[in-house]
Design a protein around this ligand. Sequence first.
Ligand code: OAD
Length: 249
Amino acid sequence: MISTSLARRLSGAHAVVAFTGAGVSAESGVPTFRGTDGIWSKLRPEELASMDAFMKNPSLVWEWYAHRKKIMSGIEPNPGHRALVRMEGLVSAFAVVTQNIDNLHTRAGSRTVYELHGNIERNYCMQCGKAYGSDFAAAGSGVPLCPACGGLVRPDVVWFGEMLPEEEWGASVRAAEGAEVFMSIGTSAVVYPAASLPLIAKRAGAYILEINPEPTPLTPAADEFLQGRSGVLLPLLADAMEKAGSTAQ
Ligand code: OAD
């Protein structure tokens, strides 16, 4: 399934980007957003993941994040996350650009990780900006208030209608522009501006490899589409890269 030419291309590349979405964490037990079992098939995003929703009903929004935190506290990185760590060791400039907020890439051991949509393990005060860790807003404890100023504390995640974190976005665009191979893995590639990264990479000359059990709107623009689960395909890809690297020496 992994061609020798793909393995050679990847192991010979100096700059590779792994752009990931919810599908990469599916095999860890984190529900995806879209599709028949996706979170957004049951809940409307603007009712929960937006500033409007939070200002209208902060306790409902916090209840939902407490629920997601609870799901995420019991999960572990899967073979797909771990394969990306192996790849990072084989390529001189390797970056994971993720839309996921579950912290699993970092927990797996990836070192260069740009989190475009924030991280559920961080919180901050909307009034004074003070940062708080994961334990601060414990599951089921209602709406947390800032001990320093009394302001509302919110999860450090990007909501609908909000800008992406500037530094992470800038670094991701630079990585996409410099990538020789750009892998789009486990994402429906429909949420912008994140979904523009594969197109930025392509325009700059990268080889676009997509990994997903289903085709997406990106598929026609991809140079290669590997159809299947990332927890299966990424370890095979890392094996093939290691093999290609050792035979090239
Ligand atoms: P989606 O739920 O839109 O897409 C998940 C993708 O993963 C789909 O294309 C699935 O086919 C694929 N998939 C499912 N199981 C997989 C597996 N085992 N291996 C590989 N792929 C698999 O999730 P995202 O594209 O991440 O934003 O969604 C993007 C953004 O939309 C999220 O970051 C979130 C959401 O609204 C914010 O919260 C700002």
